[in-house]
Write a protein that binds this ligand. Structure first.
Ligand code: SF4
Length: 500
């Protein structure tokens, strides 16, 4: 018998080595690594999501006739060794893992590693695309992907709808008033397997935070497919216009909330994009919504995957801005805050292990960059706190996009913003005790104070960057710059003390 060793983010019969597995000739190994579980402070829903999905997948494979060995072991390596000692397989076959460290583990073992098909662009294809380009522009990669994969393309090679990009239609501020037109996500009932997983997390002493699972996140292929249908039928038509908006009254708006399933294999990227393409062809979805979603998946998501492999392992130690502060207690859920935007994002994170991309980038990530938090600490925190976290997702998104710690390899300017941007794209500021326009004084918006301070602190680095030079020069000319710098020092201390 051969063994197919399946990692916890490869939970699909059509991924890599499993695609050719047969119950008559293949046994399946899944390892629950306690070292991984206790390695960081996971959001409770994230830890449950992965473990419950692994165990359900093991049950599905058993139902399909496979012998499945689920090993709980100190490490992946220890689980592998125990399996080999118990079963003496003729060969152990593994699909390429999604992490650099996972690949390092496999290189030291007697296993056959087969190519992963979990992404539409394998990282060696991405490296081929990157070639010797000076700047790896996501837009260029996205168009290359569209052309070669054929999503939203016309027979003459032109993009459907006559444009590659519908961002202008998709960056609208929140709708006025209390309109809440966004369909709520589906939920499943928790069952005995879910309760067993939660009990095991406690018994193992896994340090978790956040609310218990409430059934929002599917943990089986069947339920994930149902989430996909729900998204395409009820949510996707509204996906585009308010993609970047943030409102107190809805934690999900028209976001797909499908990323966790694609990231652990419960859904395949191709089937998700096919469903969106078909909905567009049926006339059920406007082009800006279809294009906006396809862009996120075959553009941004695959670009992040490719850059992770291209730039690892050095990339994770990048810290171009020399940021060295600790994550403030409010972001660990250990302190309350009067910053209404942060309080809202943290409440959503606590309750759902989720924030959408603008909340991550322009509220939480913006705050950590302006404050000067160590970028690896931010990466680890987002990785362990979000339902869709993984090193390959978080490293480029945090080190590159959000914290500008790579010095511009990914983003040509830092995504720094004061209260004005947050006010434009959300309804948070109206209910906040801070004044988004004020830079100094006890009521000054911390984002606004820290934003001007950031531009001033990093003047020399950014004053020649055409995308941000104007703001840097404006900071230089502020009449109250000294007072801003002083207030920023106070804000930092208050943030560190959990008193802002
Ligand atoms: Fe956030 Fe400042 Fe707006 Fe308050 S005023 S919600 S702290 S951006």
């Amino acid at each position: 018998m051969q063994t197919v060793w399946v990692f916890g983010d490869q939970l699909n019969r059509r991924i890599g080595a499993l695609a050719d597995a047969d119950p008559a000739t293949h046994r399946i190994l899944l390892v629950e690594s306690t070292a991984k579980l206790v390695s960081r402070r996971w959001h409770r829903q994230r830890a449950h999501f992965v473990l419950a999905s692994m165990r359900r997948f093991a049950n599905e494979l058993r139902d399909a006739g496979f012998e499945v060995d689920v090993r709980r072991a100190a490490t992946l390596r220890a689980g592998f060794d125990a399996h080999v000692a118990a079963h003496d397989p003729d060969e152990v076959i593994v699909t390429e893992p999604a992490s650099w460290d996972g690949l390092e583990v496999l290189r030291a073992l007697d296993v056959t590693v087969v190519r992963s098909n979990q992404f539409l662009c394998h990282y060696d294809e991405f490296a081929g695309w990157a070639g010797d380009r000076k700047q790896l522009k996501m837009e260029d990669f996205y168009r290359w992907q569209r052309r070669r994969l054929g999503y939203l393309m016309e027979p003459d090679g032109e993009p459907t709808g006559g444009r590659w990009n519908f961002d202008d239609e998709n960056r609208q501020p929140p709708p006025k008033g209390n309109a809440n037109p966004w369909a709520p996500p589906q939920r499943s009932e928790l069952d005995d397997l879910d309760r067993e997983v939660l009990a095991d997390l406690d018994a193992l002493g896994v340090d978790t935070w956040g609310a218990d699972p409430d059934g929002t996140w599917a943990t089986s292929r069947r339920a994930a497919l149902s989430r996909l249908r729900h998204f395409v039928d009820h949510v996707l038509p509204q996906f585009g216009p308010h993609e970047d908006a943030m409102v107190e009254r809805s934690w999900h708006l028209a976001h797909s909330v499908l990323s966790p399933y694609m990231n652990i294999g419960l859904l395949l990227v191709g089937e998700v994009c096919d469903a969106v393409q078909e909905a567009y062809e049926r006339g059920d979805v406007p082009i800006n919504s279809a294009e906006g979603f396809i862009r996120q998946v075959i553009g941004w998501r695959e670009y992040v995957w490719g850059t992770y492999w291209l730039w690892m392992p050095d990339y994770r130690s990048r810290n171009a801005l020399g940021a060295d502060r600790a994550l403030p207690p409010v972001l660990r859920g250990d302190a309350d805050t009067d910053m209404n935007c942060v309080a809202n994002c943290m409440a959503t994170l606590h309750d759902h292990a989720y924030n959408h991309h603008i909340q991550r980038l322009m509220v939480l990530g913006n705050l950590t960059m302006l404050h000067g938090v160590d970028p690896w600490e931010v990466t680890e925190w987002m990785w362990s706190s979000f339902i869709d976290g993984a090193e390959w997702v978080m490293l480029p998104n945090v080190i590159g996009m959000s914290q500008w710690a790579d010095g511009g390899m990914m983003a040509t300017k830092p995504y720094a913003a004061g209260g004005n941007y947050i006010d434009k794209m959300s309804d948070y500021c109206a209910g906040c005790r801070y004044d988004r326009k004020a830079r100094v004084g006890d009521d000054a918006c911390p984002f606004t104070t820290l934003y001007w301070d950031f531009l001033s602190r990093h003047h020399d680095r950014f004053v020649k960057n055409p995308r941000i030079a104007r703001q840097v020069r404006a900071a230089e000319q502020l009449g109250d710059l000294l007072a801003v710098r002083e207030r920023a020092t106070t804000v930092r201390v208050l943030l560190d003390d959990g008193k802002l």
